[in-house]
Ligand binder design. Structure first.
Ligand code: URA
Length: 492
């Protein structure tokens, strides 16, 4: 690590004239220093020095050429122009533009800026001429500097030095930007002691004083520090997969910066997970939406209307008719099926098709009047697949059940039944969760009873099982189980 020295005094340029009307060489001590260039340019302008005569050099380059070429113009007796003789005020936009463009690495920037400054006196609207080659070039350089400055502000990462309470960052902005941006870092990290090293210069802040020193090449192995784990955890937690746009991200955070960004190691995995996490977030949002909408329903009628408008799952998004529950709001018994079928969707009522006929028979056998019970389903829309012009039943998936169950749970709260009969596995999963449903199915018991804080739930086969079961014995067993469950639930 290079030591960081004391801030030097403002550098002074040297203006050397070989002969009247001949070339004028300006040697800048710090080629990107705006004040130094401005002073030199003002002196030249005060003497109306034609830009074509001016050669700009930075001190380092001049030093090199002294040894290599022994340039006689540089060795000629110096004629330093009158310092400060400048009545001409800069147009403010040009001054700001010049400050930024001077931070570009482009060697011709001083000459370009001086040429534009010189022309501005004769063409005051020059900067508005976007097609002028000088102006266009200035704006192009300006854009590159702004972009590099933005990147530096975003991607400088400090690592704590193990031997001192100092944070060190190495960063290559691509242009000599550090002097221009150091104050920004002071503002952002005012309470830390830090050093930023770039290839051109370094800056240090001790909590009170900003100082500049020489630059240094990239350290061979940038040391990690314990803060980085913390930073990575934070980054992963604020990473919003729904907002991930990979192309934009690569544009904004080019790979060349990744090496110095502790969080960069996370990016490939986070990006790979983004699709899945976005889907999960959207789902969670949809579920929350249903939950909130259901909670707002104060009556079963209000709930039936809200269910009709629900678009939380792909089935609901088809806009087909939803089927809410039916029955008295104070019913002692609540029957929950899986989802409406084709007939139910047409009628807008639950259990009116073939499975409904089986259920009616079982209700009769159990001595329960349908009108006394509240009948509903775990899922409110008919989920189907179209085949050869027919809509064939498709079982609801886990997500659909998860969205829709909030309507069911709210129905149960509003009806307040003494007992609930879950007809089939989907109904039990919606009422008590998938684990309970899995366990009950695994037990193979035709009827299971679950005492919960919300009341008793009796689970049994779905009436459609009676229609679909392969052999008569299985059909009879399912039917008997449904009748037994209804009897138990009704307290008979
Ligand atoms: N199957 C069900 O689960 N519910 C109905 O409403 C109809 C058939």
């Amino acid at each position: 690590m290079n030591p960081v020295g004391i801030a030097p005094r403002r550098p002074a340029s040297r203006v050397v004239r070989a002969a009247p009307g001949g070339p004028v060489r300006v040697t800048l001590q710090r080629a990107s220093d705006a004040a130094e260039w401005r002073d030199a340019a003002r002196r030249l302008l005060a003497q109306d020095t034609d830009p074509a005569r001016v050669e700009w050099q930075d001190a380092a380059a001049a030093q090199a050429s002294l040894f290599t070429t022994g340039d006689p113009a540089t060795d000629a007796a110096p004629v330093v122009a009158d310092a400060g003789a400048d009545p001409w005020p800069w147009p403010a936009p040009f001054g700001a533009l010049a400050r930024r463009v001077l931070c570009h690495r482009e060697p011709g920037r001083h000459a370009l800026l001086y040429r534009v400054a010189w022309r501005l006196r004769r063409e005051p609207r020059l900067l508005d001429l976007a097609a002028d080659p000088d102006v266009a070039r200035l704006h192009a350089l300006d854009r590159e500097v702004r972009r590099a400055a933005h990147k530096m502000k975003a991607f400088v990462r400090f690592r704590k030095r193990s031997d001192a309470d100092v944070y060190v960052a190495w960063f290559d902005p691509g242009h000599p930007l550090l002097h221009a941006l150091a104050r920004f870092f002071v503002g952002r990290f005012a309470s830390l002691r830090w050093i930023i090293v770039t290839p051109d210069a370094s800056a240090s802040w001790d909590g009170e004083r900003l100082a500049f020193g020489p630059g240094a090449p990239r350290p061979a192995a940038p040391a990690a520090d314990p803060c980085e784990d913390l930073w990575r955890t934070y980054y992963a937690s604020i990473f919003n997969p729904a907002r991930l746009k990979l192309r934009a991200m690569r544009r904004e955070m080019p790979r060349r910066y990744w090496r110095d960004l502790p969080e960069a190691v996370l990016i490939p995995q986070l990006a790979a997970d983004a699709t899945r996490r976005t889907a999960a977030m959207l789902e969670a949002d949809a579920t929350l939406g249903v939950r909130a909408a259901a909670a707002r329903c104060g009556t079963l009628d209000a709930l039936a209307a809200a269910v009709q408008a629900c678009r939380a799952c792909p089935v609901g998004c088809r806009g087909t008719r939803a089927v809410a529950g039916e029955g008295p709001s104070g019913a002692r018994l609540m029957l929950v099926g899986e989802q409406p079928g084709d007939a139910e969707e047409h009628a807008g009522r639950p259990f009116v098709g073939p499975a409904g006929a089986v259920l009616q028979q079982a209700l009769d056998a159990a001595g329960v009047r349908r009108d006394d019970a509240y009948l509903t389903n775990a899922v409110k829309h008919f989920g189907f697949q179209q085949r050869q012009g027919r809509r064939l039943h498709r079982s609801p998936d886990r997500r659909t059940i998860e969205h829709c169950r909030w309507w069911l749970l709210r129905e149960r709260e509003l009806v307040e039944p003494v007992a609930v009969v879950a007809l089939g596995r989907t109904a039990l999963a919606a009422l008590l969760g998938p684990d309970v449903a899995r366990e009950a199915a695994g037990s193979r018991a035709p009827v299971t009873t679950h005492e919960t804080s919300g009341g008793r739930v009796i689970a049994t086969r779905h009436p459609a099982h009676v229609l679909r079961a392969g052999d008569a014995a299985a059909r009879a067993e399912s039917y008997a189980a449904i009748v037994a469950a209804l009897r138990t639930a009704a307290g008979r």
